[in-house]
Design a protein around this ligand. Structure first.
Ligand code: CO8
Length: 372
């Protein structure tokens, strides 16, 4: 059975933060902290905080700016987190709103109506509540039948979601699937931590997955092969969860936000992902020179360049391994889908590409696709 991605959509949040704005807010916080704690710092009881720098951020990561759903508070040295107004249960939730915007675009691109969609998978790093599932709220708002569920695998949520969608179509439990990745990361960023305050941004992506025989979108991509992998690591971790409130003394500690050992992740994930892609290409009998495009996870420009060079055996040409992290920052599982969404219009019948994710878990997922 031939399964295709038949349309994609992208929702860009209403506000953005440049590196300079972010660094300015952070450095005001650092100055305030160091003045308030001057005596303890001089006594050696508290460590002085060091300032952040836009130059470091761009050089170390390639990130220039990021989009966020809510900006107020995140850059205020007295607050240092986005202030998010609660919505009543009767109103559509923020994450469902993000998901809906991307989903409608993907459905339009795939020429699908709500009546066609019989499975919705919301696949992302966090959902804003445990239940009812965001996917079921999206199902209601779109007016779709069938079934819907949420799944969380951090950075590989979108690729694993597409694999689950394809498996559901193959298994006969769905005909046309929406895989939506509303990555609302900013509430989990530690805006007081210079190692990680610059890394993430918010976004939502969506794709439609169905049988080739039912697909009528302008650009349909056959899933040639799919390869998921996971291996446990504490190097990217958040201890946020439903038990936090039961330990009153620690419930607001920094480990309840995103924490990583960036350098270790860099070193450990690169060989893991390169091997995954090599093996998958070999198993499919496809050579790197047959790939028109590499739609890679978007965490760090140096990682992307390294992987692209390793796979291609040379420097990637312009748009061969498209970069979107400069504008969006790391958008967890949505990054490779944004690259796909923005850079597939010029691909022609027979052109092949990979969509590859890697990150927390560790988890990695790679799809080899071919333009129908
Ligand atoms: N400004 C100035 N200096 C800084 C800053 C800053 N903002 N931050 C760190 N420094 C300093 C450090 O303190 C260090 O100083 P010293 O040498 O004196 O100790 C020096 O700069 C070098 O620091 P690093 O070694 O940390 O710098 P790197 O070159 O390694 O760059 C990166 C840091 C950019 C984080 C890099 O290591 C990286 O990108 N690693 C890969 C990370 C990765 O791919 N992670 C995947 C995460 S995505 C994911 O899993 C999704 C999770 C779910 C979503 C979460 C949403 C919140």
């Amino acid at each position: 059975m031939s399964i295709v991605i038949s349309g994609s959509g992208l929702f860009i949040p209403p506000q953005s933060i440049s590196n300079d704005e972010l660094v300015n807010g952070f450095n005001q916080f650092v100055t305030k902290f160091n003045i308030e704690n001057q005596k303890a710092i001089e006594a050696g009881d508290v460590e002085a905080l060091k300032p952040s720098s836009s130059d470091f951020i761009e050089k170390a990561s390639g990130i220039k700016s990021r989009y966020v759903m809510y900006k107020d508070g995140a850059l205020d040295p007295n607050i240092m987190m986005p202030l998010i107004p609660e919505r009543p249960d009767e109103e559509v939730s923020v994450q469902a709103e993000m998901a809906l915007a991307a989903a409608k675009q993907a459905m339009k691109a795939a020429n699908k109506t709500a009546q066609d969609i019989d499975l919705i998978i919301v696949a992302c790093s966090y959902t804003q509540r445990a239940y009812p599932a965001i996917a079921i709220e999206v199902q209601k708002e779109l007016g779709c039948g069938g079934w819907a569920f949420d799944m969380l695998v951090a950075c590989s949520s979108a690729t694993f979601g597409i694999m689950n969608a394809a498996n559901a179509v193959r298994g006969g439990t769905a005909k046309t699937v929406l895989v939506i990745s509303p990555e609302w990361t900013s509430p989990q960023i530690n805006f007081r931590d210079r190692d990680s305050h610059f890394i993430f941004g918010d976004v939502a992506t969506a794709v439609v997955v169905e049988k080739e025989e039912t697909a009528t979108g302008n650009h349909c991509f056959k899933l040639l092969t799919q390869k998921p992998m996971t291996t446990f690591s504490n190097n990217i971790r958040s201890n946020f969860g439903h038990t936090n409130r039961c330990s009153e003394d620690t419930m607001f500690d920094a480990d309840k936000l995103f924490v990583q050992q960036g350098r270790k992740v860099f070193k450990e994930v690169l060989p893991m992902v390169s091997t995954l892609i090599y093996e998958q290409l070999a198993e499919a009998g496809i050579e790197a020179k047959d790939l028109t495009r590499l739609f890679l996870h978007q965490a760090n420009i140096n990682m992307n360049t390294f992987i692209a060079k390793k796979i291609l055996g040379r420097e990637p040409q312009e748009n061969e391994a498209p970069i979107i992290l400069d504008e969006f920052a790391n958008t967890a599982s949505a990054g490779s889908i944004i690259a796909f969404h923005r850079f597939h219009d010029d691909m022609k019948s027979g052109d092949k590409a990979i969509i590859c994710s890697f990150g927390a878990g560790y988890s990695a997922g790679c799809l080899i696709i071919e333009h129908v």
